[in-house]
Design a protein around this ligand. Structure first.
Ligand SMILES: O=C(CO)[C@@H](O)[C@H](O)COP(=O)(O)O
Ligand SMILES: [Co+2]
Length: 218
C-alpha cells in the first residue's frame, strides 16, 4: 500500500497561499494539513475556522485539520461546519477525549486522536476502536522545522500491531521532521499518512519534493 502526502501549509507563503495550495495539489498531494494553534496548548497562534471555510472551495484535497488547542471539544463543530474532512484532537488537551472524538464523528467528519512524543500508546488504547486516524507526533507540537524524533518509531509499530491484532481500521499519520531522510523509517514501521511542512515549502520546487517523498513510500 502506498502512502499519502499531506503538505502542511504552516510553512507556506501566506501572501501567496492560493498559489502554494494549488501547487501541491497539482503535484499529487492528497491531503492538505492545517495546523490550528491557540497560544495555550502550544505557544504559537495560527488560524481559526473562518480561515478553513475560505480555503474549502479553493481545493479538492482532503482538509486534515490538526487542532493544537486546549479543550478542543469547544471548537470541533465549528471546524466541521467550515469544511474540515478530518479533525485531530490531542489526548493531552482534554479530559474528555472520547466525547471530543464522538462529537467529530457525529458531524460526519473523520475523527483523529493525536499523541505527543512523550505520550505512550496506552493513553489512547480505549479510543482506538472509534477513530479513523491516529496521529503520532514525531516532534513536539507547536513549530515547523524541527528534527524528527526516532524514539517515536516504536509507537507507530505498536499501533500497527494493535490494529492487526484487534481488527481496528485506522490510518497512522506522522507529523514533524518528515523529509527524504526520515520518511522511509516511519513508512516501514507502519505509518501511511505523512505530514511535511518545511521540507516541501521552505526551499525551491515543492512539486519536486512531493515527488521525492512519494517515490520513497511506494
Ligand atoms: O503540527 C505541526 C507542528 O506542531 C506540523 O504539522 C508542522 O507544520 C510540521 O512541520 P515540519 O516539521 O514538517 O517542518
Ligand atoms: Co500538524
Amino acid at each position: 500500500m502506498s502512502g499519502i502526502i499531506a503538505p502542511s501549509i504552516l510553512s507556506a507563503d501566506y501572501t501567496n497561499l492560493e498559489r502554494d495550495v494549488k501547487l501541491v495539489e497539482a503535484a499529487g498531494a492528497e491531503y492538505l494539513h492545517i495546523d490550528v494553534m491557540d497560544g495555550t496548548f502550544v505557544p504559537a497562534i495560527s488560524y481559526g475556522p473562518n480561515w478553513v471555510k475560505q480555503l474549502r472551495p479553493e481545493t479538492n484535497m482532503v482538509l486534515d485539520v490538526h487542532l493544537m488547542v486546549q479543550n478542543p471539544e469547544r471548537f470541533v463543530e465549528e471546524f466541521a461546519d467550515a469544511g474540515a474532512d478530518i479533525i485531530g484532537v490531542h489526548v493531552e488537551a482534554t479530559p474528555h477525549i472520547h466525547r471530543a472524538l464522538q462529537m467529530i464523528k457525529n458531524k460526519g467528519v473523520k475523527a483523529e486522536v493525536v499523541i505527543n512524543p512523550g505520550t505512550p500508546v496506552s493513553a489512547i488504547e480505549a479510543v482506538l476502536d472509534i477513530v479513523d486516524q491516529v496521529l503520532v507526533m514525531t516532534v513536539n507540537p507547536g513549530f515547523g522545522g524541527q528534527k524528527f524524533l526516532p524514539s517515536t518509531l516504536q509507537k507507530i509499530a505498536q499501533l500497527k500491531t494493535f490494529r492487526e491484532e484487534r481488527g481496528f481500521d485506522f490510518d497512522i499519520e506522522i507529523d514533524g521532521g518528515v523529509n527524504n531522510e526520515t520518511i522511509q523509517s516511519a513508512y516501514e514501521a507502519g505509518a501511511n499518512v505523512f505530514v511535511a511542512g518545511s521540507y516541501v515549502y521552505d526551499k525551491v520546487d515543492p512539486a519536486a519534493k512531493i515527488n521525492i517523498l512519494k517515490d520513497l513510500i511506494k
